[in-house]
Design a protein around this ligand. Structure first.
Ligand SMILES: C[S@@+](CC[C@H](N)C(=O)[O-])C[C@H]1O[C@@H](n2cnc3c(N)ncnc32)[C@H](O)[C@@H]1O
Length: 237
């Protein structure tokens, strides 16, 4: 019998809010802070997880992200790693995405960040077909190991294994995208947490804090990005 055909996905379509911020027609929410996607990635997701310091001098570091979206967090992380003379040998970046963009849309969206131009082009030449499943992309001669897991995280996350060092929790707002912040998702993140695993997210919603705490993460608030009063960081106990 032939192998089953890969499941097609409902891909995302690039739309812009009046101020130019990318917005999802499916979820009715923005992809990143209107104050800047790259700067938000550095403040919330990298600094919130103690990066780049934590990868320095090590062999490898594993990041897991909920919601690849436009890949801004990935590009910001890759660029910080690339520019760091003390980077770890291999950066493994696993990212879950239910509604991936086509490469042409990524090119349009990434054009506002000239600092990403080279990395965006490299990523897009390797961009997979938009079909459900895991797509592995090796970049920088294997120094960057990107695993894109296309499909609904409620189904794909329970099937992952391994030990994650840093979680980037970047779904749309919990009110509009509750699936990606559910207690079951948080329990699965905890299952994948390696020793001293950390997390960071811009959301401080009570339900998110409770679900993460119940899953074994000690969470605390920090100053948010660009006028947002707070964001959340956490450590797996
Ligand atoms: C705020 S955006 C992520 C932005 C992204 N991290 C970046 O750097 O560009 C949230 C993403 O979560 C994805 N998403 C929402 N629900 C999901 C689910 N159940 N499983 C996987 N991805 C999901 C959306 O399609 C969207 O791309």
């Amino acid at each position: 019998m032939p192998p089953p055909l890969p499941l097609p996905l409902l891909s995302a379509r690039l739309s812009l809010a009046p101020d130019g911020t990318p917005v999802s027609d499916i979820y009715g929410d923005i992809y990143h802070s209107a104050a800047g996607g790259h700067a938000q990635a550095l403040h919330v997701f990298l600094a919130g997880n103690g990066l780049p310091e934590r990868w320095r001098g090590g062999d490898s570091l594993v990041i897991l992200e909920t919601g690849f979206g436009l890949g801004v967090n990935f590009l910001a992380t890759w660029l910080a790693w690339r520019n760091d003379a003390r980077r770890c040998r291999t950066l493994r970046f696993i990212s879950l995405e239910k509604h991936p963009f086509a490469a042409d849309d990524l090119a349009i969206a990434h054009a506002i960040w000239p600092e990403f131009a080279e990395l965006s082009a490299l990523l897009r030449t390797r961009w997979p077909k938009l079909v459900a499943g895991e797509h592995r992309i090796e970049l920088e001669g294997g120094g960057i190991d990107l695993r894109l897991v296309f499909g609904d995280a409620t189904e794909t996350l329970p099937r992952l294994d391994g030990a994650v060092d840093a979680f980037y929790l970047d779904g749309f707002s919990p009110a509009k995208n509750p699936d990606l912040w559910s207690p079951a998702i948080c329990q699965n993140l905890a299952r994948l947490a390696g020793p001293n695993a950390t997390l960071a997210t811009w959301s401080v919603a009570g339900g998110v804090r409770r679900a993460l705490s119940a899953a074994g993460f000690a969470v605390e608030k920090r100053t948010g990005f660009a006028g947002k009063r707070q964001m959340l960081v956490g450590r797996h106990a």
